[in-house]
Design a protein around this ligand. Structure first.
Ligand SMILES: Cc1cc2nc3c(=O)[nH]c(=O)nc-3n(C[C@H](O)[C@H](O)[C@H](O)COP(=O)(O)O)c2cc1C
Length: 439
């Protein structure tokens, strides 16, 4: 192990785009779903980010913000497109800019991971079977060439709008089984045109998005990409694909490459095994310490790229974070701990604590990922209302409230939020389910 100075987490990081992170701790993205009925940011987001901006992390990545209105993961996900209220985004950016931290908007398109109560016929690279999770997801419709190209425009438009609102950067979400990750994976991308087949073709959409975002925002704006080190599914995106795409993204000059893994069917990102994870990966996951889920996989590309690597997933102790730094990780991503202690990063940096003990959500294994998504989302909503996190919240009541709220909000989210905003491309969308039932 290389000897490092004791302040390895406190060192600033100069970015290729000219900015500077105050230290090596980043708040990883957590979907807040705190949009209003038109999917614009509410003042609850201002309250939440004002708190996190004082919490010590050098970088805050927002929860995902959707670039294509019909493809949201939850009814009240925030959307950034031509119909958005840019004043609300500017207000959010200025709340998040307090303190020495900078905030980047994470941009996403959910593709086949859009639930059917948000969109009855979501677009995806190919018409592969629906995501298996009760009856939550519909079989996706394969995108036309024009629809793929419209995705590039949508990311570029949203990035430029985020810049105009005052955010310091954006992160493109190409992990966790959402649209860009679906294109990367040979399991969900069965296309035979220039967007599918070889890894060069499967990564074409991500690379075009990165280039379009750079062109729209100029060279002096933070740009990150979140990517899976592996999907942990048979026939999915694997470690070799990851190495290839990491090298390509490094050449594109992005500022930060955030490494995660898994998707809805294999929720390894949250430390849960997918049922279909190849036995060798599951065994590796089991024997690995609970910290740094993807450290081994990230380390494998360290020698291949110069881009700063951010590692997210399971980081809980200062020793674990320092170890990751010693092994070539530049930025440590922390998500769930900051939903129970928004000052955790500051306390680590000040050496007031050595780590955090996370609450144990006592539910059957199959419900583990839903319990995590629900319980932590409700903590964010509490902080948005100016309350403290509630560590004693029951996982069962959190799941019921989360699912119930989504179904209710699917009915009460305005029709404007269900229609795509056309920016000139020919877009072919099936009518969303709530519109069908309303007529
Ligand atoms: C409630 C919740 C919402 C999340 N939303 C997002 C998201 O919008 N975008 C994203 O890239 N990851 C999202 N994640 C995953 C986290 O960024 C992170 O990868 C994961 O929680 C592992 O990090 P941790 O062990 O520090 O929590 C979410 C996680 C949780 C618990």
């Amino acid at each position: 192990m290389t000897e490092l100075a004791p302040d390895v987490l406190a060192q600033p990081l100069s970015l290729r785009s000219g900015g500077r992170l105050a230290n090596r701790l980043a708040k990883a993205s957590m979907e807040e779903a705190l949009g209003d009925a038109s999917c614009d940011p509410t003042t609850e987001l201002d309250t939440l980010y004002r708190r996190w901006a004082q919490g010590g992390a050098g970088l805050l990545l927002t929860g995902h913000v959707i670039v294509d209105r019909p493809h949201r993961a939850r009814p009240r996900d925030v959307v950034l497109d031509g119909a958005s209220d840019l004043g609300a985004f500017a207000r959010w950016a200025s709340s998040a800019a307090s303190g020495s931290t900078q905030t980047w908007v994470q941009l996403n398109h959910c593709g086949r991971q859009t639930p059917r109560f948000v969109h009855a016929a979501p677009l995806a690279p190919s018409a592969v079977p629906a995501v298996k999770m009760l009856a939550t997801f519909a079989k996706p419709v394969a995108m036309s060439e024009a629809e793929v190209e419209a995705v590039v425009d949508a990311f570029a438009f949203a990035a430029r709008a985020a810049q105009g609102a005052g955010f310091a950067g954006v992160e493109i979400h190409a992990a966790h089984g959402y649209l860009l990750s679906q294109f990367l994976s040979p399991r969900t991308n069965l296309r035979t045109d220039r967007w599918g087949g070889s890894i060069e073709n499967r990564s074409r959409l991500l690379i075009e998005v990165v280039r379009a975002v750079r062109a729209a925002t100029g060279d002096h704006f933070g740009l990150g990409v979140k990517i899976n080190a592996a999907d942990f599914q048979r026939g999915g995106f694997d470690a070799d694909d990851f190495a290839h795409v990491a090298v390509q993204l490094d050449r594109e000059g992005i500022d930060v490459l955030e490494v995660s893994g898994g998707n809805y069917e294999a929720p390894v990102l949250l430390g849960h095994d997918g049922d279909e994870a190849p036995a060798k990966d599951r065994a590796t996951e089991r024997t690995r310490s609970r910290e740094a889920y993807f450290l081994e996989l990230a380390r494998a590309v360290r020698g291949l790229v110069e881009v700063p690597l951010m590692l997210t997933g399971g980081m809980r102790s200062r020793a674990g974070m320092e170890q990751a730094r010693a092994e070539g990780i530049d930025v440590v991503g922390i998500a769930r701990p900051l939903a129970v202690d928004p000052t955790f990063a500051a306390r680590i940096l000040a050496r007031e604590t050595d780590g955090i003990a996370m609450p144990r959500l006592d539910v059957p294994r199959r419900l583990g990922a839903l319990a995590d998504a629900s319980w932590y989302a409700l903590q964010l909503a509490r902080m948005g209302r100016g309350l403290d996190p509630d560590r004693d919240m029951s996982a069962w009541s959190a799941m019921l409230r989360y699912v119930g709220q989504d179904l209710l909000q699917a009915m009460t989210t305005s029709k404007r939020s269900l229609a795509p905003v056309s920016r000139g491309g020919s877009q072919r969308y099936a009518p969303p389910v709530t519109e069908i039932s309303a007529t």
